[in-house]
Design a protein around this ligand. Structure first.
Ligand code: HEC
Ligand code: HEC
Length: 419
């Protein structure tokens, strides 16, 4: 398939303007104080040492149509303002959010168990804010789920960043099963993972919302990874078997939630509220997912009634209809054309779509539509044309349907990905 690239309006160029870089860097440096220092380090020397790699490139977001943004997928209620600064999560100098600060020593050191695991960890271990090797902590409840030993980059973060790094496993969990506010690299084709890391590194892939601090951190981590670290991380995550962990429920009413760390967390209050034009993805068990950070935690995605049927039409035939014996083209193209008939992805580098977090998928569709996410794969341009006309409601329907689809066990060698 040869795209007529010449006819395609390429989206937004990501400009690495010197002044913008300095501004972004100053912003997080000014906003955050320094938290964990290596022996002999001063706050100034630590920030200086990390600066070349942790500098966020300025991104031109002036052409993004935020009126179409599925805000729920960002865990936001209002679109970003034009002067919102590019935030960075856990940059060197950032204060560690020490949720242990108010705990009694007894609570802090009490051993806890995650459902299904034989291991026991205390909150002091789970949220080890002073991890002596740096990198944020990776709690490994299920070592049998992944190859061992875990590569250093996954356990401690890119070596070039030393104690300023963040471990891949601290956000994406030990096996890459991931969470709605980041991504699930587990079981993706290795070629696709490698390409994404390189695309982040070369500033081709951004979030359309500057407030998405963890995506900016992801970009900076990719910029500091060596080729060997990328290869190790890609092989590691690709070899984990994907365990679907989202249950999709159609409903008019959802439990009351509050937004914490980009996520909808049930408040436990009586009553319910209308779902409106949103998908509300919540942890099935706040203790397992949030407190213990179990990689076996599951999620419920509440979706509007009717979303699955409408999503199916768009995903399976692009919304094409037969009216009075005439074919009327739909607003999009059947996703299976490129993502495989079963939507399980196609090696070497087309990602699977089924059984994944609707919040993650929706952010990607909007980011690709608005040109904030580009890529070195020439088919990204085609992907952009495919999603060009989708409304915020179409994105709800499509992601609801994709997430609800079952992921068969990898039964035969024909399955190109391990999902
Ligand atoms: C601070 C949290 C954080 C850390 C640490 C982190 N990531 Fe990410 N990662 C993210 C976020 C957030 C996204 C993109 C989500 C978005 O923009 O919607 C992402 C996306 C990805 C993707 C793209 C997945 C896809 O389906 O396209 C890959 C691959 C990935 N990360 C690998 C890694 C590796 C390897 C490391 C370790 C070097 C790492 N991540 C460390 C937060 C993190
Ligand atoms: C012309 C081929 C093509 C078609 C048709 C297509 N896609 Fe894609 N899609 C791709 C490619 C290639 C990528 C990987 C882009 C990259 O490397 O960054 C992709 C990536 C994605 C991603 C990001 C996944 C991730 O892990 O980050 C989503 C979500 C997605 N497509 C959804 C869809 C949906 C929904 C449809 C149908 C409405 C669709 N695609 C139709 C080619 C296509």
């Amino acid at each position: 398939m040869k795209p007529r690239i010449g006819t395609i309006v390429v989206g937004i160029a990501c400009l690495a303007l010197g002044a913008g870089i300095q501004r972004a860097y100053d912003t997080w440096q000014a906003q955050f104080g320094r938290a964990v220092l290596a022996p002999g380090e001063t706050p100034e020397s630590a920030v200086k040492a990390a600066a070349p790699i942790w500098t966020a490139a300025a991104v031109d977001r002036s052409k993004i149509n935020y009126s179409n943004q599925p805000l729920w997928a960002w865990g936001e209620t209002e679109p970003p303002k034009s002067d919102d600064k590019q935030a960075v999560q856990g940059a060197p100098g950032a204060p560690v959010n020490n949720r242990n600060a108010n705990l009694t020593p007894e609570e802090l050191n009490r051993k806890r168990r995650a459902d299904g695991s034989n291991l026991a960890f205390s909150l002091a271990e789970i949220r080890n804010v002073d991890n002596p090797t740096g990198g944020g902590n990776v709690v490994d409840w299920f070592p049998d789920d992944h190859p061992n030993p875990m590569p250093n980059v996954v356990r401690y973060g890119p070596a070039a960043l030393g104690k300023n790094g963040r471990a891949c496993g601290s956000c994406h969990l030990s096996d890459g099963s991931g969470r709605p506010e980041n991504a699930s690299p587990a079981g993706l084709p290795a070629g696709y993972i490698l390409r994404q890391l390189n695309d982040f590194k070369s500033d081709l892939r951004h979030s359309s919302d500057a407030r998405k601090a963890n995506t900016n951190t992801m970009i900076m981590l990719a910029k500091s990874m060596s080729d060997e670290e990328m290869k190790q991380a890609a092989e590691y995550f690709a070899s984990v078997r994907w365990r679907p962990h989202v249950r999709v429920v159609e409903t008019n009413l959802v439990p009351k939630t509050q937004i914490q760390g980009e996520l909808f967390i049930p408040t436990g209050e009586e009553g319910a509220e209308p779902i409106g034009n949103r998908i509300i993805e919540v942890p099935t068990d706040v203790e397992q997912n949030q407190v213990l950070r179990s990689s076996h935690g599951t999620w419920i995605a509440y979706v509007p009634v009717g979303a699955l049927r409408k999503g199916k039409e768009l995903v399976t035939n692009g919304g094409m209809k037969v009216v009075k014996g005439q074919i009327v083209q739909g607003k999009t193209t059947a996703c299976g054309t490129c993502h495989g008939e079963d939507l399980l992805g196609v090696a070497p580098d087309v990602p699977p779509l089924v059984g994944r977090s609707p919040s993650y998928l929706a952010r990607q569709i909007f980011d690709i539509q608005q040109g904030a996410r580009n890529g070195s794969n020439s088919n990204v341009t085609l992907m952009r044309m495919v999603v060009d006309k989708l409304t915020a409601e179409d994105i709800i329907n499509i992601t609801a349907y994709l997430s609800s689809r079952p992921v068969p066990p990898p039964a035969s060698s024909q399955l190109l990905t391990r999902r």
